[in-house]
Design a binder for this molecule. Structure first.
Ligand code: ZN
Ligand code: ZN
Ligand code: ZN
Length: 169
């Protein structure tokens, strides 16, 4: 029996469009920094620009590698601090892959989606489940919360890894 309660919509990473009439993500980030009394240093700017040019999911180390093509002396701590600010401003989102591995992606101006992650090979599937989305709103409201954001990650073994017979335990 196939339960299709959750209609899955797979998103092509390239097709995630930004709707018109929205602020540029750079503007959102700079406004956030101003509110916090922080400056946009040249290093921070290079990280933010590189982040916004990079589609899909990537680790902080990968991002640092791309940034170093422009600013060779950039340090990991600056990258981590800037990513934290990008997340806090709502421009970026972070995906916990377990075992201390996190990946980052664009959030602002992109369609919301949640993730399925293969714990063997790291393969990721993006999905939107309308029923799950609604259920979370109800759950939050029942507890007196207005939901502002959420992150759902389902961990499992992808079909290719199952075929390879990797033990699922
Ligand atoms: Zn969701
Ligand atoms: Zn896999
Ligand atoms: Zn994603």
């Amino acid at each position: 029996m196939t339960s299709d309660m959750c209609r899955q919509r797979l998103f092509n990473l390239q097709q995630k469009g930004r709707s018109a009439m929205q602020k540029e993500p750079q503007t959102v980030f700079i406004e956030y920094l101003n509110k916090k009394g922080l400056n946009i240093t040249p290093q921070r700017r290079a990280i933010v620009e590189t982040f916004l040019e990079t589609e899909g999911h990537f680790t902080a180390e990968q991002l640092a590698e791309y940034v170093r093509k422009r600013v060779p002396e950039i340090g990991m701590s600056t990258v981590y601090r800037t990513l934290k600010l990008l997340i806090d401003s709502g421009v970026a989102d972070c995906l916990d892959l377990g075992e201390n591995v996190s990946m980052y992606e664009h959030a602002y101006g992109h369609n919301h989606h949640d993730h399925l992650v293969c714990t063997q090979c790291g393969k990721r599937v993006e999905f939107v489940c309308d029923a799950l989305e609604r259920r979370q709103e109800v759950l939050a409201a029942n507890n007196g919360y207005t939901l502002t954001r959420h992150r759902v990650v389902l961990y499992g073994i992808c079909s290719e890894c199952q075929e390879k017979g990797i033990p699922t335990a």
